[in-house]
Design a protein. Sequence first.
Length: 342
Amino acid sequence: MAHWEFVLIVGHSDAGHKRRYGKSTPCRNRSRCLPSTSQASAVPADKCFRDIPVTTLSNDEIWSALLGRLASYARTRVQKLFPSTGFPPFFSFSLDAIEKDAASGRPGPASAPLMDTGLVIHALSEPEMLESADAIRLAKAAVKLDYRLDDQLLNRLADLPRESLSKEQEAKAARVLEIVDAISDCQRLVMPLMKFLKLPQSQLRSKAVKLISRARRNSTWAETILTDPDPRVRSNLIDGLAEQSGDQIDGLLRKGAADKHHRVAVGALLQLYLRGDQASFEKLTLLASESDPPHRRAAEWALGQIEAAKPPASPEPQPAESEPTALEPAIPEFAVPEFAVP
């Protein structure tokens, strides 16, 4: 076994990151995260968490950082997976090992060292390790091997301060919440998520509201959130409520539909229509033609979502060619009808 030199990379300042790894990497999927100029007042998704400055490490630096955090016995288990040529590409190597075992729901010889040692948890919770889309894909495979993955990820944020966060802490919290959003129903996470509601960062508060409302059936709490001064928070409440059902939820959505902010109101109207409320569709149609520009563009966006969700139209059935009957025997191609002129 070759000798590996491990470097523990934690807690650098922005300046330290730039000295070692170069300038911060901007969001590479900006077109997917931020609305275009024509949609700027529509109903965009949360502000892109990837706009928070993070750094992208090289493959060797990723492995060195991750292995440097493991105990020696755990490090040895992972090392035994490596080819003789050195560090394999981290993302493709890990994803391949985990996806192969995800179908059976049990860790195998290749995935167990990555999962059991906590290496995957470290990689998922550190924004500099993986691009957001790659981290989510890896998490969706890993949760099939360990249903507690969402809880373990939140535990990585247990030591965050309750009042203000550094940029590095904010990026880490955003990454964890983003992954939890993609893999969890949040039924077991309501209490751990509550602490994020007190943070000053509206992006983190709004994401926590969405995750909590996905699991919590407390109308009093939801009505309190509907009075939050930040429309992003109120809108994310609507997104979370959309994953529940019942008369109580419908009532909360109707209150959201009366919100003065276009994103909140239109989001609620869209969800009401998807639950079968035709009047909400008529309201969206009216907003798309007669309201102020922000509401109009938001309504146009919602109507586009409705149209996109419709199943493709089935091709119209073609009339079947008439089949010969016993009274009208078929005429073979080579036959000459009796009435034909010679």
